[in-house]
Design a protein around this ligand. Structure first.
Ligand code: FE
Length: 273
């Protein structure tokens, strides 16, 4: 689903649309971007979240951010931010271009009931802290989880998420093993690729069938995609915009707390590298 953001900038949303409300444990996936310096993305001034995690990966450009935990910074190209909103965070996210480019992904990861009202937490890493595994003409950036013995800097303790950015040359294949019980998906954002003879179009969400082994083959212009997997939670999901809880009563509580200025209950330590 294409969502118009600012003037002319398009956000492609695959998870979190009427056609696919969620993909347990994932609640939303947005791919935002612009390669036209005249386009402008308005960004997201102060807004709340409760009950889940946001994971933002910048491919190009920057995102200035500030939150109620006291974190403040500028996520640069290749940087990744994991923000566990849990009981409540208010933050602002203001993407901006550098050299006319701005591209990235935002993924929402659900939390189990036992963690939804826990303390917020935060991890942020620049590109230099993200392992880059290059073999032949394949380049894999490991944001979260493991690949070829390299572990990504983001630790996701609740749903064991793995998140790889994979770049393949024309005709090359990428093979990987994932836990059989994990939910897994791929989104191609450059070139073309196929999984099990099924061609994947750019911006499409390819939900992988259960199993452990995965093989992706690039088309004639090569391909770049993200591969994301995580352990499903298997609990009821009740969502109202930026609040994702287990029951309607908990959503009403979140709205009351926000209205009464009580959404933010805890500040957390800043962790970065
Ligand atoms: Fe946000």
């Amino acid at each position: 689903m294409e969502i118009s953001e600012g003037a002319g900038v398009t956000v492609h949303r695959t998870i979190g649309t009427p056609a696919r409300r969620n993909l347990d444990p994932f609640l939303m996936l947005d791919h935002f971007g612009s390669d036209n310096p005249n386009e402008y993305i308005a960004g997201f001034p102060a807004h709340p979240h409760r009950g889940f995690i946001t994971l933002t990966y910048m491919l190009d450009g920057h995102m200035r951010h500030e939150d109620s935990m006291g974190n403040r910074g500028d996520l640069g190209p290749g940087g990744v931010q994991w923000m566990k909103a849990a009981s409540g965070v208010i933050h602002s996210e203001m993407p901006r271009q550098s050299e006319g480019l701005m591209r990235g992904f935002q993924l929402w990861i659900n939390l189990p009931a036992s963690e939804k009202l826990s303390d917020p937490a935060y991890q942020e890493f620049s590109a230099g802290a993200v392992p880059r595994v290059a073999a032949d003409s394949t380049v894999v950036r490991v944001l979260c989880g493991e690949y070829a013995g390299q572990r990504g800097p983001i630790e996701d303790p609740h749903t064991d998420v793995s998140y790889l950015d994979v770049e393949l040359a024309a005709g090359d294949s990428f093979r990987h093993q994932l836990p059989a019980e994990h939910t897994a998906f791929i989104t191609v954002f450059e070139g073309e690729a196929s999984v099990a003879e099924t061609p994947l179009q750019r911006h499409q969400l390819a939900v992988l069938a259960p199993g452990e082994g995965l093989s992706v083959t690039a088309g004639r212009d090569g391909a770049r995609f993200i591969l994301v997997a995580g352990s499903p939670i298997g609990e009821p999901i009740v969502q109202y915009g930026p609040f994702v809880m287990n029951t309607p009563e908990e959503i009403e509580q979140a709205m009351r707390d926000y209205r009464d200025n009580e959404l933010v209950q805890k500040k957390a330590a800043f962790r970065t590298r």
